[in-house]
Design a protein around this ligand. Structure first.
Ligand SMILES: *Cc1c(COP(=O)(O)O)cnc(C)c1O
Length: 384
């Protein structure tokens, strides 16, 4: 599509989707097919096999690229399949710097699977902006960050890390799942590749699992598309369709997630049940100024520590009506998660302790329900 607006409300509705050429159907149909009839041997019309290409997936990838304002997007069957694809760019002997508070599943994939291939993953605190140069080695090929981090919502300076990575000829990757493209576009800040678990905000309805990579570099895009095709972790046409539908309301949803979370974070700071409330949009967040600098909104994730023992935490959680106890995040409905026993159980204990992922920590994914209803829910559960 030519001359697309620069405004996310418009991009979300229009990007990537053209009326279907035969019938004029305004939405890209679900092309539920594995193969395509050819006119003569070795002469496919456009597509030859759905692992290598499918029209619904093409529309999705065009739409995803528009969201991060990149030339290329490559979609996958899950967020972790997208993480794997990047790791498959590496060779034995390579060194990778990873932010220490990385998504549990990403850390597990690096430690338990890719480390076997003699790739050296070093987990470091990247919230600091001095002395990071000393961690780079001659064989550092990749720098992996996530911001805000999960579950402690620490921020990492994307511009600084991207610059440093370039200086050492390493590829910089930003997992942008927690903010969504609406609030943060890392490529514009100098990063090489952006990753999303589309399971979360982009999907937004807790009904699918998916992932994607967005980038400008032609050579890297070609390699990643080859890994997608040769490795086979593609998303199904129906999931591509569901994502295309979800993207239309992404901007609208994110505004409400952000508004609700900001309101709730401020209000629950006043409750005695929490000893600490962590949200990048609170002025007492240690990196509030960085949040204002690199984000256009603070997204919908809040973490908080319970003032009391584990029994109290369990009682609080069981009393909640609108916040369901479940892993995952970014859906329209509110969720609550206990990182230590749920999403982050696979993080080695010592590492968890060092980071502060202890038994008192809760993570809220604030949905798009009425903000006052959500607050009342928390307040009544907190009434001991
Ligand atoms: C969920 C998540 C992933 C993994 O995505 P899946 O779709 O579950 O495979 C990666 N990074 C972050 C930040 C996530 O929240």
């Amino acid at each position: 599509m030519s001359k697309l607006s620069n405004n996310f409300d418009t991009i979300c509705v229009h990007a990537g989707v053209e009326p279907e050429s035969v019938t004029g159907a305004i939405m890209t149909p679900i092309f539920q097919t594995s193969t395509y009839v050819q006119d003569s041997p070795g002469n496919p019309k456009i597509y030859d096999y759905s692992r290598s290409g499918n029209p619904t997936r093409t529309a999705l990838e065009n739409s995803l690229a528009a969201l991060e304002k990149t030339k290329h997007a490559v979609s996958f069957s899950s967020g972790l399949a997208a993480v794997s694809a990047i790791a498959q760019l590496l060779n034995p002997g390579d060194h990778v710097l990873v932010c220490d508070d990385v998504y549990g599943g990403t850390g597990r994939l690096f430690r338990k699977i890719f480390a076997k291939y003699n790739i050296d993953f070093e987990f470091i605190d990247m919230t600091i902006t001095n002395n990071l140069e000393s961690y780079f080695k001659k064989n550092t090929k990749l720098v992996w960050i996530e911001t805000p981090t999960n579950p402690l919502l620490k921020l990492i300076d994307i511009e600084y890390i991207s610059k440093l990575s370039k200086k050492f000829n390493a590829i910089s990757v930003v997992d942008n799942t927690f903010s969504s493209p609406i609030f943060q576009t890392p490529i514009e800040l100098g990063a090489d590749i952006v990753l999303h678990s589309t399971t979360k905000y982009i999907g937004g309805h807790s009904d699918l699992v998916g992932g994607c990579l967005m980038l400008n570099d032609n050579s890297l895009a070609e390699q990643l598309k080859f890994i997608q095709f040769a490795g086979g972790s593609v998303n199904a046409p129906i999931e591509a369709f569901l994502l295309l539908r979800s993207i239309k309301t992404l901007s609208l949803r994110m505004k409400k997630h952000n508004e609700n979370a900001l309101f709730i974070a401020k209000e629950i700071q006043k409750l005695k049940i929490f000893s600490e409330v962590i949200f990048p949009g609170l002025e007492d967040h240690p990196q509030y100024s960085l949040a204002k600098k690199q984000m256009r909104g603070f997204s919908g994730m809040i973490s908080a520590r319970i003032n009391g023992d584990y029994d109290k935490l369990k009682t609080f959680v069981s009393r909640l009506k609108y916040f369901s106890l479940a892993e995952s995040l970014g859906g329209v409905e509110s969720l609550i998660n206990h990182p230590e026993t749920m999403t982050h159980a696979s993080v080695p204990l010592e590492h968890r302790k060092k980071l502060g992922i202890t038994s008192d920590l809760l993570r809220f994914s604030v949905g798009i329900e009425d903000a006052q209803d959500l607050l009342e829910d928390i307040k009544s559960a907190a009434n001991f």
